[in-house]
Ligand binder design. Structure first.
Ligand SMILES: Nc1ncnc2c1ncn2[C@@H]1O[C@H](COP(=O)(O)OP(=O)(O)OP(=O)(O)O)[C@@H](O)[C@H]1O
Ligand SMILES: [Mg+2]
Length: 240
């Protein structure tokens, strides 16, 4: 269980509160989707959970342990993983190496291919490719999702996994996330604007102006969002 307790994140120079006294509890084994308007603080919150940025005040408790002062590596070792909105490039390293690094063991090429297939990549074409700028944005994004699958952590965060994924592959991606619970066997936190991803959530959290605007079971929250900018603008901008 992750408990976010009265977390505030201020930007140094302006004292602007990007995250403003936000509290939220994410229970084990839940599939939680965070949504809300652009600039609301979703990616910032994900980075605070992973430890990419340090919180200004408040506490993060993971499985009963205060992780507020832990760095990224310590949090990763405790079972938190993160797929960025903008995937990272690694020069000189092959896709299969990246998956092995993520898995923390020397997984077979067949196993690596299995993860790639799960994210809709034709595995044999990619497994030995170098992870560099020759890969398209969508390919990089899928490889990044595959690494999170390979890592198989307790608490996986995906920031807009749909970004840069074409409409044709999107259906497959939804299936990946539908099956992901079994593959990861843990808690999934996805930041998304996509109605189809919101639709497979157990719980939806809406973040606006650095605060939780609403949260609750999908069946309760989703109907209130349909037709609002939280879903529609994101869906249009991502799919067109
Ligand atoms: N280090 C920083 N310095 C200054 N401003 C920042 C910093 N980090 C985030 N912000 C600002 O905080 C706000 C929230 O950003 P964030 O990336 O968390 O939004 P988001 O909810 O993920 O939006 P989107 O839906 O567009 O991805 C934005 O206005 C952003 O410009
Ligand atoms: Mg974001």
């Amino acid at each position: 269980m992750l408990e976010i307790k009265n977390v505030t994140f201020e930007v140094d120079d302006e004292k602007r509160k990007i995250i403003d006294d936000l509290s939220l509890t994410i229970d084990d084994g839940k599939f939680v989707v965070i949504t809300g308007p652009n600039g609301g603080g979703k990616s910032t919150l994900a980075k605070l959970i992973m430890g990419v940025n340090d919180i200004t005040s408040g506490k993060l408790i993971f499985d009963g342990e205060d992780i507020t002062d832990c760095n990224i590596t310590e949090r990763a070792n405790k079972g938190i993983s993160f797929a960025f909105q903008q995937p990272v490039h690694f020069k000189g390293i092959k896709v299969v190496d990246l998956l092995r690094l993520a898995a923390g063991e020397k997984i077979s090429v067949a196993k690596a291919c299995e993860y790639l297939s799960k994210v809709g990549l034709c595995a044999k074409d990619y497994v030995n490719r170098e992870v560099n700028a020759s890969l398209s944005g969508g390919e990089l994004k899928r490889i990044e999702i595959a690494t999170v699958l390979a890592r198989g952590t307790k608490f996986a965060i995906f920031d807009e996994p749909e970004a840069g994924i074409d409409l044709w592959s999107f259906q497959n991606l939804i299936r990946v996330f539908e099956n992901i619970r079994e593959s990861i066997n843990g808690t999934i936190l996805i930041i998304s604007h996509q109605e189809r991803i919101l639709n497979i959530a157990d719980e939806i959290v809406v973040i606006e102006n650095g605060k939780v605007k609403t949260k609750g079971p999908k069946d309760e929250i989703l109907p209130t969002l349909l037709g609002t900018s939280a879903v529609d603008i994101g869906a249009c901008s991502k799919l067109m």
